[in-house]
Design a protein around this ligand. Sequence first.
Ligand code: FUC
Length: 332
Amino acid sequence: MISEFGTLPDGSPVREVTLKKGQLEASVLTFGAIIRDLKVDGQSVVLGFEDLQSYLDHSPYFGAIAGRCANRIAEGRMSIDGVAYQLDRNDDERHHLHGGAGGFSNRNWQLEQSDKASVLLKLVSEDGEMGYPGRVEALVRYTLTGAGALRVKITATTDKTTPVNLTQHSYFNLGGGPDILDHTLEIAAESYLPADDTLIPTGEIRRVEWTPYDFRDGRRLKRRSGEDGVVFDNTFCLSAEPRQNVEFAAALEDPHGDRRMEVWTTEPGVHLFDAPWLDIPVPGLGGKSYGPYAGLCLETQRWPDSINRENFTPVLLHPSETYTHVTEFRFS
Ligand code: FUC
């Protein structure tokens, strides 16, 4: 079902596509390719808003596709084939974050095609946009599968070599409670990327064992004593390169063990952000208020700042290639 969701300041209409399959229902906006709501058996498992204005004024990338490069690029600087580029510095006017102020999450995507259980959205990002070289065409397809999953497939092509790193930025809360601290989290990563106090990876790839970043056996997210200072805003390393097929990355369970979500992906990293500072001044879905830790993000992607790190993941897309990213959120 397609409906009007609102009008952007430039007059363009934002449309909403509602998908249904089995026990899943998803609402997708053309603006930001946002997953506005995702319901499992009638209960919302993501954070979102009921109106467009709240997205424009208050959304910390709720449900959006972040890009052209998700996460941070240090000082917004990069060079390709010896040519230096300065990208938009929208993160405290210092770093480049989620593709810049006019990144993919802030654009109204074109609705290409939709049916009962899937929708295809397209975005063209012009040469020079946010400082990036090359005209990029990106496609996102959201599909509700018969097996109880939301499948996200993202592809992109370019006419000049440019970094591309797209991610789905939903905030999950499976229990419907005020925060996710009691959720159980498992992440299939042997190592993670420590970051400096401006959240730029230091370059080190550190083993998770004996650190608060060891989620390999699954454990409650809630801080144990001694872990109180840990803020999760780090990338976990799943592989050195993107994989051909989706593989298990993470699992999240609500405190009562009623609901489980598994994340499967082709991407080599999953960025955990537990939103400790969330304090949204307007109501969210169903009138909910979103405070600290109201939801957590498991953003599958290439490792942040890869463009500036030889020991990180490949992130450059060349004109002859197609960027392909598949992530599945499987519910049971
Ligand atoms: C995540 C984090 C960032 C951020 C943003 C809203 O991706 O990595 O630190 O503030 O979301």
